[in-house]
Design a binder for this molecule. Structure first.
Ligand code: TYM
Length: 332
């Protein structure tokens, strides 16, 4: 049976990279598959770097609202806060006995996030991928829709599941399959075609947020870094032009076309013509999301109710797997 599970950190603002890389796929898969769909705000992951408790609390509601606005439907899917389901933290601890330090040492996200100050990074930041493995293994997820940057973490989840199943002679855990959208696996910064679009980039001009108004979107795309060359007719000729390639990829993902189809329309034109067309497409895609987000923000009690309802459902689904993990370890 299909079980779709994915999460997002409730830090910063949701942006076009999150939307095209992950959330749009959550919504599409929620409508395509019959099995259980669980989406969560990874608030336990958010505390692995310095956090401001009041800001985190406010952001949890804001991101929940943005996810519902983007199409997560409480009638079809379960949306909840990770910390409201203690089984995530419990299973993480149980899996810490199986995960190997050598495996975690290879994680590129830890290397990026800890930077030069490895010794000063939190233990939580290092163990982050074990909690992520617990997130998906807890629900025996079969499909995990994510952007390219989460692929390595899911491979680790598969390694942990395989070793646990082998070591304790059980079939408790299912191996999760990452579902990565080919066209929008990695949306890049608007200011630097070699850096991914990210919530933590200090420059707000580097990303289009789902809550940006049309003027802000148009301004950000007008100022997006590009080169002076016109657009080619063949996607292969975007090689070596990372900023141009990123904007064409965003257009193609939004219009559900191939890059070749987009270029067939814009070949020979410069960015003076392409950027306004892209801005219009982004504005039209995000307009209904922004309208719905404004409505949802007005009713925080309803958001809290939906999240509490989701957590209750998630706790029920998680209980048998957690009990199975305790039992496999002789802790029942
Ligand atoms: P997070 O919060 O950084 O991002 C949420 C989702 O958005 C995708 N994404 C992107 N896709 C394309 N281009 C981009 N520039 C871009 N930036 C972000 C991410 O790949 C992700 O799918 N560790 C995770 C959260 C998490 C999780 C999980 C995900 C915790 N537990 C279990 C899946 C399953 C994270 O920090 O995602």
């Amino acid at each position: 049976m299909t079980r779709i599970v994915s999460g997002i950190q409730p830090t910063g603002q949701l942006h076009l990279g999150n939307y095209l890389g992950a959330i749009r796929n959550w919504v599409r898969m929620q409508d395509q598959f019959d099995g259980e769909k669980l989406f969560f705000l990874a608030d336990l992951h958010a505390i692995t770097v310095h956090n401001d408790p009041a800001a985190l609390k406010a952001n949890i509601r804001e991101i929940a609202a943005a996810l519902f606005a983007a199409g997560v439907d409480p009638a079809k899917a379960t949306l909840f806060r990770q910390a409201a389901v203690p089984a995530h933290a419990e299973l993480c601890w149980l899996l810490n006995g199986t995960a190997r330090i050598g495996w975690l040492n290879r994680m590129t996200q830890f290397k990026e996030k800890s930077g030069k100050n490895r010794e000063g990074a939190s233990v939580g930041l290092f163990a982050y991928p074990v909690l992520q493995a617990a997130d998906v293994l807890l629900y025996r997820a079969t499909h995990v829709p994510v952007g390219e940057d989460q692929k390595q973490h899911l491979e680790l989840a598969r390694d942990i599941a395989t070793k646990f199943n082998t070591d304790f002679a059980t079939e408790l855990f299912t191996l999760p399959e990452p579902i990565i959208p080919p066209a929008a696996a990695r949306i890049m910064s608007l200011r630097d075609g070699s850096a991914k679009m990210s919530k933590s980039d200090p420059s707000d001009m580097s990303r289009v947020n789902l809550s940006d108004d049309p003027d802000a979107i148009a301004a950000k795309l007008r100022k997006a870094k590009t080169d002076p060359e016109p657009l080619p007719d063949d996607p292969a000729q975007l090689e070596g032009r990372p900023e141009a390639r990123n904007l064409v990829a965003i257009y193609a993902a939004l219009s559900d076309e191939t890059q070749a189809q987009v270029l067939a329309r814009f070949a020979g034109q410069g960015f003076g013509a392409f950027k306004p067309a892209l801005a219009e497409l982004v504005v039209e895609t995000l307009r209904p999301i922004g309208t719905r987000l404004a409505e949802l923000r007005r009713d925080p009690a309803e958001l809290d109710r939906l999240l509490a309802h989701g957590a209750a459902r998630a706790r029920e689904i998680a209980a048998p797997t957690l009990a199975g993990a305790y039992a496999a370890l002789g802790l029942d």
